[in-house]
Structure formats: C-alpha cells, structure tokens
Design a protein around this ligand. Structure first.
Ligand code: HPA
Length: 259
C-alpha cells in the first residue's frame, strides 16, 4: 500500500469496495479502510476515529501516522476543513498550504528517546502538493496554493483578536489538526501534503462560526475532494523518481520501527 489518505469522516466513498478493519499500534487501536481506486491500492484512515469520535486535541495522531508507515505508505494525502483569514479565500474554495505555524500546546513526537531534529523548511511534500493542485485545476474547482496554515489547539474556534494577530503573522488559513500530523509524517519519512476546504471566514470576519456550517460546507465540497483524490492517486501511482524532501529521515524512521 504505497498511497494513503487521512481525512475527515466519510471519505470511504473514495472506494467502490473496501474492507474496514481495526489496526493495533503501540499508540492505540484505530479504524482503517483498505480499498482500491482505479486499480491502485489505497489506505484510508478517518482522522477522528469511528463515528468522528475524537476532537482535534484527542486525535490519535501517532497511531494514524505509525499505522500508515507500517502498512507501507510512502505518499500520504491529508484533507481537512479550515477557516479563511483572507477575504479572497472564500468559503467553498480549496487551498493547498506550503507552510505552517504551530499555535498549539501539543508536543507529540516519535523521537522522545533520541535527539532528532527534522528539517521543516518545506513542511509539505512539493510533489504531492503539485499533483493536488493540477488535479483540482483539471476538476475546474476554485483552488489556491502557497498558503500559510496556522494550527490552533481547539476545540473552540478562535477570537477576533487572535485572528488579527495570526493575519499579521502571515497566516492565510486556520485549522485545528495539522499539528502534529504533518510533523509526525515527516519524522517517519512519509511524503505528506494537505488539501484544505475553506468552510468559513475566521472569527471576526463573519457574524459567528458554527460547527453545522463547517459540516455543511464540507458535505458540499466532498464531491470535489473525492474527484481530486481520485485523479491525484492515479498520478501519484505513476511516480517512481522524486526529488525527495524527507529522504534524510528514512534511516532514522527505519531504526525507530525496527530497532
Ligand atoms: N478555525 C479553526 N478550525 C477550523 C475553522 C476555523 O475557523 N473552520 C474549520 N476548521
């Protein structure tokens, strides 16, 4: 299984047929789906667990990434909802970030017993990001790239003052789940990129923000997300040579997994 998808719940519709399984890791047991997309075997992990059970600060990030690595995933596409800090990034748009700011209190790492500092100059895989952008463009969806994602602790939404500060810092979109997910993927030398759906304007830019609004925009965008994932998976499957942005950690990741 070279290709994996981590996303909000319901993306098993990616597959015509799939097997749902429980998978045990040293970091907890998680739900996984194994299926194929146009003949390509794909692993799908619903980020928030069965029935969307875990809130952003309780997601089993380490279990999700560890399971992906163990099952052979080299390319990992993540999807998530975000709020927009920019008028021009409208609800319904898709945005592919190229950088991230950590405003969480999470400090999860696979390297607690050893000093390993991963390079994060390019937090997201350039190859996957490019493929996602091309696939979105071909699908005639409103898509933007080169955005800065800021990750908050949640589960509450932000205050207007926080959002003003984040905008001053250079952030374009805000979400609650990409830290530590993208960090852990890099630590295990998995190519990882993120496709976000803007579900709302951030706090202070619209009257109020509701969970229902986020869900309803995500439901609307799902058909686009599925189409883009399909196209991207087919393209990724054909790639053999890549300018590797996480090759430095392959050896460390192997040692971590196999001792
Ligand atoms: N803030 C944080 N996370 C989010 C938002 C938001 O406004 N919308 C969707 N996920």
């Amino acid at each position: 299984m070279r290709i994996g998808v981590i996303g909000g719940s319901g993306l098993e519709d990616l597959f015509d047929e799939f097997a749902a399984k429980k998978y045990s890791t040293p970091y907890g047991k998680i739900d996984i789906y194994l299926g194929s997309v146009e003949g390509v075997e794909v692993l799908y992990i619903p980020r928030h667990g069965p029935g969307h059970r875990y809130p952003p600060h309780k997601v089993r990030y380490k279990a999700n990434i560890y399971a992906s690595k163990r099952l052979g995933v080299e390319w990992l596409i993540a999807t998530s909802a975000v709020g927009s800090l920019k008028k021009e990034l409208r609800p319904g748009y898709l945005v592919i970030p190229n950088d991230i700011i950590d405003y969480t209190r999470r400090s999860e790492t696979f390297y607690n017993e050893k000093v390993v500092h991963v390079d994060f100059t390019h937090p997201y895989c350039l190859t996957i990001s490019d493929i996602l952008f091309k696939s979105a463009y071909e699908s005639q969806v409103d898509v933007r790239k080169d955005a800065v994602y800021i990750c908050t602790e949640g589960p509450r939404f932000e205050t207007p003052s926080e959002i003003r500060m984040f905008r001053d810092w250079g952030a374009d979109i805000v979400g609650m789940t990409n830290i530590p997910e993208c960090v852990l993927a890099r630590e295990l030398a998995i190519h990882y990129a993120l496709l976000t759906v803007v579900t709302n304007y951030a706090a202070g830019m619209q009257d109020r923000i509701s969970h229902e609004e986020v869900y309803s925009v995500m439901r609307e965008a799902k058909k686009h997300v599925l189409r883009i994932l399909h196209k991207s998976i087919v393209k990724l499957d054909k790639i053999r040579d890549v300018i590797d942005d996480c090759v430095f950690y392959k050896e460390e990741a192997e040692k971590l997994l196999h001792g």
